[in-house]
Design a protein around this ligand. Sequence first.
Ligand code: MD3
Ligand code: FE
Length: 199
Amino acid sequence: MSVDVGGIVVHLEHLTAEKQAVLVEQVRRIVRAAPLFRPEMPSGRKMSVRMTSAGTFGWTSDRAGYRYERQHPNGMDWPPMPPIALDIWRDVAGVARDPQSCLINFYDGDAKMGLHQDRDEADMEMPVVSISLGDEALFRVGGAKRGGKTQSIWLKSGDVAVMGGAARLNYHGIDRIRANSSTLLPNGGRINLTLRCVD
Ligand code: MD3
Ligand code: FE
């Protein structure tokens, strides 16, 4: 079943519990090789979300600004894309290209992400695909201009969201995490994977 939230298509419970568990194992392998870090925003404040990436490009930020890089801050190339995430993209993205980046966001019970637009990618015709794992998150989406009406939905483990077309430039963020709402991750928290074409 899927729902439309402000132009974003959310495929509810798209992934079986078994597939979620295998994907978590693929993410763990990536995080072991390319450790999570807390990017610094251009303001100098550190994000509460911890991140790493897989694929050709990874997203990063520091005082110099937001951008994609071919290497982790520690100088290594990013690990390969998790195979299950690539399968999901091919299932739901509706475009011929494969993604070049898998951003891995880790939220502990206190982490959040302020309303923002994703505009560091070259081709806005390419969608963003988001995969939620672990604790539920209150996701908020507005329009393409800051300050308009917003809608919210709790994203649950196994949900897959597709941001394409007019929704691609919509403001969005994560207001809060519902701690202990999933047993997928033994130590709790939430993992969000976002798949993107970059150049
Ligand atoms: C709507 N991540 O990494 S995913 C991000 O749950 C990001 O970690 C959130 O926003 C998270 O940039 C939300 C859902 C999402 C991703 C990209 C979008 C929604 C979007 C791009 C355009 C519009
Ligand atoms: Fe975003």
